[in-house]
Design a protein around this ligand. Structure first.
Ligand code: G6P
Length: 372
């Protein structure tokens, strides 16, 4: 078993360290030397894809947060409305679907019953269905019109890590492919994004190589009873995932919030010593969200919060308001989740390990939930 874990103490840790490979393998072979995307495996005709007027992303758990990132990317790049919904909610509300609707399911296992049932329902209603999946030949891709496999390799630890990064990568590829078909992006823009994606594995590796600071913090925070996570735009699903990892692995109460929502309620939770992680947008973000999130850091800090910030390298402004800053390498704002997620995964894994918990098999959870 030690060999299977590649020298790591747990599968979870190994899988966190597998992430550069997971992203690289998911990108592999999917574009040509000229930087054009080739997704032949997407067996839906170009004409059908061009006729898509609405996209609905369906998933559960961590995969649903990959779906939220997909929404930001696909809407921005393709100008097609995207809804993201938890599979188990979708089926029971008479959703509006037709032949011009593309349902994109995201599932690591390809066996999650809720997602499978939602896909079946969407097909019955006439939607085209694409599965983003990590498990070859599993049920959801078999029942979908097309599949875009993530190549993260087998994920053993119950809580998802490398599959998540691979799902986000695949979602970007799908968005770029549709933008290429519909000509919503210039081919140069697509090439530039692909070139930035190609640099992600090395950047994830850099974060992993410098993990001692976040691990030290995790051990120091082993007794925390509640941790909050704030993020905005693509940083919002990252905040949700950071909170979910902490619940799953360390059994600590954790909540993720959209930073803009702080003043509408969550700020009442802040008192002396409350740890708050803040995922800060790039200073280059086109909507100038950086300054808004920096002022959120100030707001919670003024109320006693212990602020822990994940920011882009070179972002000096956050230092003044943060107890600790974890820097991730620069990339374009849309791709930041592939980097900012990583310190949060390491944090949860290390903290749970410090508490003596089994991070590979957390209590009450299953890797794949095959019942409704
Ligand atoms: C379970 C796992 C989670 C996973 C979720 C969705 O709850 O414990 O880690 O995110 O299922 O699984 P899927 O295989 O559909 O991505």
């Amino acid at each position: 078993a030690a060999a299977e874990k590649g020298g790591f103490a747990t599968f979870m840790e190994k899988e966190i360290y597998d992430q550069p490979q997971a992203v690289a393998d998911t990108l592999l072979g999917r574009s040509d030397a000229e930087g054009n995307l080739i997704l032949d495996e997407l067996r839906i005709s170009e004409d059908e894809l061009k006729s898509i007027r609405k996209i609905i992303v369906l998933a559960c758990g961590t995969s649903s947060y990959a779906g939220m990132v997909a929404k930001y990317a696909i809407e921005r790049w393709c100008r097609i409305p995207v809804e993201v919904e938890l599979s188990h909610e979708f089926r029971y509300r008479d959703p509006i679907i037709d032949a011009n609707t593309l349902v994109v399911s995201i599932s690591q296992s390809g066996e999650t019953m809720d997602t499978l049932m939602a896909v079946r329902y969407a097909k019955e209603q006439g939607a085209r269905t694409v599965s983003i999946c990590n498990t070859n030949g599993s049920t959801i891709p078999r029942e979908s019109d097309a599949v875009l496999y993530t190549h993260a390799g087998p994920e053993i630890a119950v809580a998802s890590t490398k599959a998540f990064l691979a799902q986000i990568t695949a979602a970007y590829l799908l968005g770029l492919y549709m933008a290429q078909l519909t000509k919503k992006l210039y081919s140069q823009e697509i090439k530039d994004i692909l070139a930035d994606l190609a640099e992600i594995p090395a950047k994830v590796q850099q974060i992993l190589d410098n993990a001692s600071q976040i691990k030290d913090l995790a051990r120091a925070m082993a007794e925390a009873s509640s941790v909050l996570f704030l993020g905005r735009n693509v940083g919002y699903p990252v905040a949700l995932e950071g909170a979910l990892k902490l619940k799953e692995l360390a059994y600590i109460h954790a909540e993720g919030f959209a930073a803009g929502e702080l003043k509408h309620g969550p700020i009442a939770l802040i008192d002396e010593g409350q740890p708050v992680f803040v995922v800060v947008p790039s200073p280059m973000d086109r909507h100038s969200l950086h300054a808004k999130v920096v002022s959120n850091i100030q707001e919670v800090r003024a109320r006693g919060a212990k602020t822990i910030v994940v920011a882009e390298a070179g972002d000096e402004t956050v230092k003044e308001y943060a107890e600790q800053v974890f820097y991730v390498p620069e990339t374009q704002p849309m791709l930041m989740p592939l980097l900012t997620t990583v310190p949060l995964q390491i944090f949860a894994c290390e903290l749970a390990t410090a508490k003596g918990y089994d991070v590979d098999q957390p209590r009450n959870l299953a890797k794949s939930v095959t019942v409704e």
